[in-house]
Design a binder for this molecule. Structure first.
Ligand SMILES: NC(=O)c1ccc[n+]([C@@H]2O[C@H](COP(=O)([O-])OP(=O)(O)OC[C@H]3O[C@@H](n4cnc5c(N)ncnc54)[C@H](O)[C@@H]3O)[C@@H](O)[C@H]2O)c1
Length: 438
């Protein structure tokens, strides 16, 4: 329980942002922050950097920037590091991903070239389509975790960081279910010593992060840190964790639209979503086992928002299909199509079509920035365990075990801002507003 108006430690010194995976999302994020620092661009898409927060009554005119209200780390104080199974530095990787223009990457080249990935914890069993050489060797999964812990120590001292955060931006692993080895910390550690297959590489990173008291956010749909053993460890070590799966393109649209349809009590017969994308993420998701992990994450959203058990006449029997096809010509510029069959008054059918020509990594990069800044804030406020107030950023938000996740983007935003008000001892905003009419 976080008391109202806590003491927030100032973000003095450097904040090391460590990324697992130096692919399209990570390089777009790092290059973007470098460009923003040089005043070549604005932090568009970042709530933490551009957003404001209303305080007090609507008549008071108090709306400071969020970053000033809660003292977020300054972009000038961020230092970047990464792990990847390929040896390409950040400049080479960004060039290969082809998201940002060459001319911008050339300008930033000296900074980007300095970021060389540390060797990764990887096993092809969990990501079938990838095969790299920059990989750690270790007798057991616990040994590998210890090597990651050493990496973090070394990075921290070499870069003179006062704090670190980790964001998982690596490929989606195969679908895994919760198993007995994930239930308790004891079972989890034993399983690491025995190289149990239910301990995926992403879990080894998460374990190492928590053991090092480093906040860990998971941008992919893998189970990773969303297991009781690691939640327990995070509580014990006083470390914030959050996930899963950045909410960017199609699911972002779904969580905008579905709450609106439901608010007007419009019914749903079906929602068909298809995507074409041609980046490495698309290639990994072309493997059915990795796709299954993504599919589960994307499918859950409508069920939770529409609550068919409460509204069986409207949402008791809808079809929901999600397809992702790897189509190389598109690169990172994904195209999403949605066909939505709705019904209204007297059951008359209607259709909505959405064609979103988006850019995956352009949408994801500001989310990485916000998560790094807010997870650092959480750590400075002694917030521990699952950070549900950051659900705003995820397709499958992690919650306390007894809760269902909240997917409605506007409720998520209110929760995020009210958490910040609470931390600073400000009145929460309920939008009741009766006092203006007394
Ligand atoms: N871009 C989006 O809009 C979006 C939205 C939601 C989730 N995601 C997820 O974010 C992740 C990153 O997406 P991307 O487009 O940057 O993918 P990408 O394929 O360009 O980059 C992933 C990188 O991770 C590396 N990697 C894989 N396993 C690793 C391991 N065990 N340790 C270290 N590195 C490892 C790969 O070599 C690759 O360089 C994916 O899991 C994707 O599903 C992206």
């Amino acid at each position: 329980m976080i008391p109202k108006g806590v003491q927030i430690d100032e973000p003095t010194g450097k904040l090391g942002v460590l990324l697992v995976g130096l692919g399209a999302v990570s390089t777009t994020f790092i290059a973007g922050v470098e460009a923003i620092r040089r005043k070549m661009a604005q932090p568009i898409g970042s709530l933490a950097e551009m957003g404001t927060i209303r305080l007090g009554k609507r008549t008071e005119g108090r709306s400071p920037k969020i970053k000033e209200f809660v003292s977020l780390a300054s972009l000038d104080n961020l230092v970047f590091g990464a792990w990847d199974i390929f040896e390409d530095n950040c400049y080479e990787a960004a060039l290969h991903c082809g998201v940002l223009e060459k001319s911008m990457l050339e300008t930033l080249r000296p900074q980007l070239e300095k970021i060389r990935p540390m060797s990764a914890v990887f096993d092809q069993h969990y990501v079938k389509r990838l095969n790299g050489t920059n990989i750690k060797q270790g007798k057991t999964k616990r040994d590998l975790a210890n090597q990651l812990i050493e990496d973090m120590k070394e990075f921290r001292s070499k870069n003179d960081c006062s704090r670190l955060v980790i964001v998982w931006c690596a490929s989606t692993e195969i679908f895994m279910k919760l198993s007995p080895v994930h239930e308790t910390l004891e079972a989890f550690e034993k399983a690491m010593d025995e190289n149990h297959p239910d301990i995926a590489p992403s879990m080894i990173y998460a374990y190492a992060a928590i053991k090092s008291r480093v906040p860990f956010a998971n941008g992919a749909p893998n189970l990773t840190v969303d297991v009781p053993a690691l939640s327990q460890l995070a509580q014990e070590m006083g470390v914030p964790i959050c996930g899963k799966d950045f909410k960017t393109g199609q699911t972002f649209m779904k969580t905008l639209l579905a709450p609106g349809l439901k608010s007007r009590m419009l019914g749903l017969h079906g929602w068909y979503s298809t995507n074409i994308l041609g980046n490495r993420d698309g290639e990994v998701l072309d493997d059915p086992e990795s796709f299954k992990t993504k599919e589960e994450s994307k499918l859950s959203v409508l069920e939770y928002i529409l609550q068919p058990e409460i509204y069986p006449e409207l949402y008791g029997d809808f079809s929901h299909l999600v397809r992702i096809n790897y189509y190389p010509p598109r690169g990172d510029n994904k195209e999403g199509w949605d066909n939505i069959d709705i019904f209204g008054w007297l059951g008359y059918p209607m259709q909505i079509k959405i064609n979103f020509l988006c850019r995956d990594s352009i949408l994801a990069a500001p989310i990485v920035l916000d998560l790094a800044l807010f997870m650092d804030l959480a750590q400075r406020c002694s917030m521990r365990g699952v950070q549900e107030w950051l659900s705003f950023y995820f397709k499958s938000p992690m919650t306390a075990p007894q809760l269902y996740p909240e997917h409605d983007l506007f409720i998520q935003l209110m929760k995020l801002k009210n958490t910040l008000r609470h931390l600073k001892g400000e009145e929460l905003i309920t939008h009741l507003g009766l006092e203006y009419y007394d």
